[in-house]
Design a protein around this ligand. Structure first.
Ligand code: AMP
Ligand code: GLY
Length: 437
């Protein structure tokens, strides 16, 4: 069948590479894609919010499956647009309805959902401009640090963690009264700060059944030791060693099952990925307990770049079963090896950065995989930088340290003016592992 994948990042290149390998895939189109996805299929100039244009392309090119990479078209209702159109309603669209996408699109919706389903998450209250004073009073009852979250999508910048009460009250005012994040902060969730270690768990669901994909951890800050400004993600590893059988049992029983059942019970159409951003918090008995920090309704980036290469099953068969409601009938085979992904970024990122630098060294990466994010080909056919996160290197190996070492060696060989990467991806977990064993 012909397949259309929406998106343009490293996540989409990793997905495109898996989709292109499927025996079920005839032609793969990626909209808009990047220079890497162009090697897995055909890039198409279509904007993610142009549902009419996407629909027309699907019909004209006999597309039978659409896989949605980023959240914006899902929150914008692309699944509903397809479902309500006679020519599109039978196309397998992998991604939830707008209603389901609110799990990511509205923090308040997600918190209320978790509360109704009894899913472990931080205590919270939601405030608006009208209740700003109550919000500031509520802050006074909490212990620092204070966690303030803009309700809506804010390009990953809507969460503030603030040490001083005075600053937290001021930030709340800026969000609610001065619309610091525009409409996204017309409501603000204030929640209890959780201390622990974060990880990402990915679920594929057909609305009734589910498969739990490999765990991963991403590294969000620009500087080594997880310092400095927040980024889209500087690397990832999979699996996460402390997410052992006992921990994953809690994740499945306390979070995944009530989430999928809850969506079903509330009549929310959901055929797609659920990304659980979890905090593992040490309980009184010393064991780790998972709490949901956030839901996303898509795969993570750069987690996908270490999770997807570990999926041995045919992903198109998994997606087809997701659409058909038969995920219970397919098997998920996972590569036992570990994956480590190191992101290479442009000079200056995540602040203003340059584009158009020539990239070299992609032929010197050994067995490592290279997934493109912000890259493009010039008319002359040269590969140049075209974004802040430029590309990432993933290696599968018998252990995380070995995978990391190989990814770092490959990263070192890839060059452009000012290219940067972190050398310490995964080191926190390795230290924790050594301390424990
Ligand atoms: P979010 O966009 O909700 O994932 O939040 C961004 C980041 O803020 C998370 O990845 C966590 O590192 C941190 N964070 C969010 N909520 C909390 C919380 N309740 N306690 C501690 N850290 C948090
Ligand atoms: N890596 C975190 C995210 O994709 O939101």
């Amino acid at each position: 069948m012909n397949i259309l994948l929406l998106g343009s990042g490293g996540r989409e290149h990793a997905m495109a590479a898996s989709i292109a390998k499927s025996t079920q895939c005839d032609k793969l189109f990626i909209a808009p894609g990047n220079a890497g996805t162009a090697e897995c299929g055909t890039n198409v100039e279509l904007k993610a919010d142009d549902f009419e244009g996407i629909g027309k392309f699907v019909v004209d090119n006999d597309i039978r499956m659409v896989v949605v990479g980023p959240e914006a078209p899902l929150v914008g209702g692309i699944a509903d647009f397809f479902a309500n159109n006679d020519r599109l309603k039978n196309i397998a669209l992998i991604g939830p309805s707008a209603n389901g996408a609110q799990l990511e699109g509205s923090k308040d919706f997600a918190k209320m959902f978790m509360q109704r389903m009894g899913i472990p998450t931080a205590e919270y209250k939601t405030f608006t401009k009208e209740t700003l004073k109550e919000g500031q009073k509520f802050l006074s009852t909490l212990k620092p640090p204070y966690v303030l979250k803009a309700d809506g999508l804010a390009a990953g910048k809507g969460v503030l963690i603030i040490d001083k009460l005075k600053d937290a009250k001021q930030a709340l005012k800026e969000m609610l009264a001065d619309a610091k994040f525009g409409d996204a902060s017309s409501r603000v969730v204030i929640e209890q700060y959780l201390t622990g270690i974060e990880l990402s768990v990915f679920v594929l669901t057909d609305g009734k059944h589910y498969k739990i994909l490999p765990t991963a951890k991403d590294y969000k800050r620009i500087g080594e030791g997880d310092t400095g400004l927040n980024t889209g993600g500087m690397g990832s590893i999979s699996p996460v060693f402390f997410a052992d059988k006992a921990f994953m049992h809690k994740v499945e029983h306390d979070i995944v099952q009530p989430t999928v059942k809850g969506l079903h019970k509330e009549g929310i159409d959901y055929k797609g990925f659920i990304f659980l951003g979890l905090m593992a918090v040490k309980g009184d008995d010393g064991s780790l307990n998972p709490y949901v920090i956030e839901y996303n309704v898509r795969m993570g980036d750069p987690e996908t770049e270490s999770v997807f290469p570990r999926i041995k099953s045919d992903v198109v068969e998994l997606f087809q079963a997701t659409w058909n409601g038969t995920l219970n009938n397919v098997q998920l085979d996972i590569d036992e090896r570990s994956a480590a992904c190191v992101m290479l970024t442009a000079e200056g990122y995540p602040e203003s950065y340059r584009k158009g630098d020539t990239i070299s060294g992609l032929d010197a990466v050994g067995e490592s995989l290279v997934f493109h994010a912000g890259t493009k080909r010039t008319q002359a056919g040269n590969l140049v930088t075209n974004g802040g996160r430029v590309l990432c290197v993933t290696t599968l190996s018998d252990s995380i340290p070995e995978a990391l070492l190989k990814s770092l060696q490959a990263a070192e060989n890839i060059k452009w003016k000012g290219r940067y990467y972190r050398h310490d991806i995964g080191q926190d977990l390795l230290k924790m592992y050594i301390e424990r064993n």
